[in-house]
Structures are given as structure tokens and as C-alpha cells.
Ligand binder design. Structure first.
Ligand code: ATP
Length: 294
């Protein structure tokens, strides 16, 4: 079979809940062998997947499938940026933001069915200080939560929600200077989220209007938070509605620069990346091919 019909599956053995499903066996059983040849490789460490994805793209693989959560999807997608090889997703994480945004089924067998249909589209990606992201990046509270969550042994939605509720009213806003579309905004910042996809994952919508193919980032700025605003924002995120302008402001743009006095935390696709006082956030239009449902 020619390379252009080849799929590489990259499995992160550490991602998602431990259950008894043998992913490799389901792939071997359900993947359309008339259409595709395939190989299955496993990551051995964090940062391994981009290497495995790049290697497959260089060999002319048609599709490289990330089997894992948004962290694994980010790593595989990074390795495929601006190549002819499409990303596929078999979601196995707790949030699955990109899979949900693209309406890829969360069930393994159905998601393999999407690969068998083979519909490919192109999506935008973003970068924050040179780190690619595909769903969201952010500075402030969401990055702080990513940093605490990363060190937490317990995973999953319940742990995440408990953490947000425990920390949300304790976290302090910081002053920032942001340049968006030629306007300089000097403001307090509780969180500034840069959304390529509409949601963080788990159907928590930070930017309900975000379209992943429109050549724009949706920026959501929360200047300060109190209990009432926190409740309003949570309600809006869970019901996929825009928050009142007292709670959050939204902008669309291709480029944002942010400068801060104190170092602020930042994340890309939920992975905590550290602290900085300067942020350069860019949108790269239609830079990634992805397999999606028909
Ligand atoms: N073999 C490995 N051993 C340890 N870490 C790995 C390995 N392979 C990948 N990783 C790292 O695991 C991180 C988390 O993976 P991923 O997000 O897919 O799973 P998850 O944390 O269970 O899902 P979610 O983020 O949805 O809760 C990735 O960012 C990646 O860097």
C-alpha cells in the first residue's frame, strides 16, 4: 500500500482513565484495511509525540492519529503543522477540547469510524511565545489552574472543578498592558484567554463564538472577579453564552501583545508553560490539516 494511505497511531499510555479497553486491538479490528495500512507507536516520555509525528509526516503518512487527551493532541499536532499530513484524534483524556470542538465522537469505535470516512479539513492554530496551541492559550487564572492541576495526582472533571472552586476567589488579578488591533488596553487582568476553539474542554465554553477556521483568535478578558461575576461567568461557560460585559469582554484579532510588571503564568492547551512578563500571541491561519466527521 502506498505511503499516502498510511496512518500512524501515536498512543500516550499515561493519558486518560485507566480502563480495560485495548485500544490497539480495537484499531486492528475496526480500521478499514481496504483503505489504510497502519502502524501503532507508544510514547515513552513527555515531548516524544512531536518527534514521532514529524517522522511520519516526513515519510509522507496520510494521517497521524493522537490517542490521548489535549496534551497528546497538542504534541502530535505540533509535529504536523504546515505539513500535508492530517491529524486524527482518538480522544482518551478528561477534557478533549479539540475533539469536542470538531465534533469527533468521544467513543473509541465511533472515532475510528471517522478515520475510516477520511474527510479532511484545515484549521487555524495559535502560538503563545512560540508555543503552538490548537484549542486555547491563556495568561492568569487559567494558567494558574493548569500549574496546580499538573502537580495533582488525581485527574478528571471533578478534581478540576473542585480546584477551580477552591482557588477562584483567592487568585489576585495583576496589571497588564495589552495591544489588540492597534488599541492599547491598560487594565487589571484576572484572566486573558486566547481561543482558537470555543472551549477549554469538558464543554466549558470560554469563547462561544470562536470558529476554528475563521483566521481569528477570540480573546476573552476578565479584568477582575468577585463572587457574582464568577457565578455569571461559570453559568455562561456551561451554557455556551456570552457573559455580560461587566464580567468579560471579547475581542477578535490575529495578534496580541501583552506586557506585565510582575511575571504572569501562561499555558497552551492546558499545559502550564511557566511565567513571563511579555507575551506574543499569534494566529496561523489554516496551518493544520485534520480529519473530521462528514
Ligand atoms: N509516555 C509518557 N509518559 C509520561 N508523560 C507522557 C508520555 N507521553 C506523553 N506524556 C505527557 O502527558 C501529558 C498529558 O497527556 P494528555 O493530556 O494526553 O492526558 P491527560 O492528562 O490524561 O488528559 P487531560 O489533559 O484531558 O486530563 C502530555 O502533555 C505529554 O507531554
Amino acid at each position: 500500500m502506498s505511503k499516502s494511505n498510511h496512518i500512524r497511531f501515536i498512543i500516550n499510555p499515561t493519558s486518560g482513565p485507566k480502563n480495560s479497553v485495548d485500544v490497539a486491538a480495537r484499531i486492528k479490528l475496526l480500521l478499514d484495511k481496504q483503505k489504510y495500512s497502519h502502524d501503532i507507536v507508544y510514547t515513552t516520555h513527555a515531548g516524544h509525540a512531536p518527534e514521532l509525528a514529524r517522522e511520519a509526516a516526513a515519510k509522507g503518512c496520510a494521517v497521524v492519529v493522537a490517542v490521548g487527551g489535549d496534551g497528546t493532541v497538542n504534541e502530535v499536532a505540533r509535529g504536523l503543522l504546515n505539513s500535508d499530513t492530517a491529524l486524527g484524534i482518538l480522544p482518551k483524556g478528561s477534557g478533549n477540547g479539540l475533539a469536542r470542538h470538531l465534533q469527533i465522537p468521544l467513543g473509541l469505535d465511533k472515532a475510528i469510524g471517522v478515520l475510516n470516512k477520511g474527510q479532511v479539513t484545515s484549521i487555524d492554530s495559535g502560538s503563545i511565545n512560540g508555543h503552538p496551541f490548537f484549542t486555547t492559550a491563556g495568561i492568569g487564572f487559567d494558567a494558574y489552574i493548569s500549574s496546580v492541576f499538573a502537580g495533582n495526582k488525581k485527574r478528571g472533571l471533578q478534581t478540576y472543578v473542585e480546584l477551580v472552586m477552591k482557588e477562584v476567589l483567592k487568585y489576585k488579578h495583576l496589571p497588564v498592558k495589552a495591544s489588540i488591533n492597534g488599541n492599547v488596553i491598560d487594565t487589571d487582568c484576572f484572566v486573558m484567554a486566547f481561543a482558537n476553539a470555543a472551549q477549554y474542554g469538558n464543554n466549558a465554553y470560554i469563547a462561544p463564538m470562536a470558529d476554528i477556521r475563521d483566521g481569528h483568535l477570540d480573546v476573552c478578558l476578565v479584568r477582575r472577579l468577585d463572587l457574582i461575576k464568577a457565578l455569571n461567568l461559570s453559568y455562561c461557560m456551561l451554557t455556551k453564552t456570552l457573559a455580560h460585559s461587566d464580567s468579560a469582554e471579547y475581542f477578535t484579532t490575529q495578534h496580541v501583545e501583552v506586557h506585565t510588571e510582575e511575571p504572569m503564568m501562561f499555558h497552551a492547551d492546558g499545559d502550564y508553560l511557566g511565567k513571563s512578563t511579555a507575551f506574543d500571541v499569534q494566529l496561523l491561519p489554516l496551518s493544520l490539516k485534520v480529519q473530521v466527521p462528514t
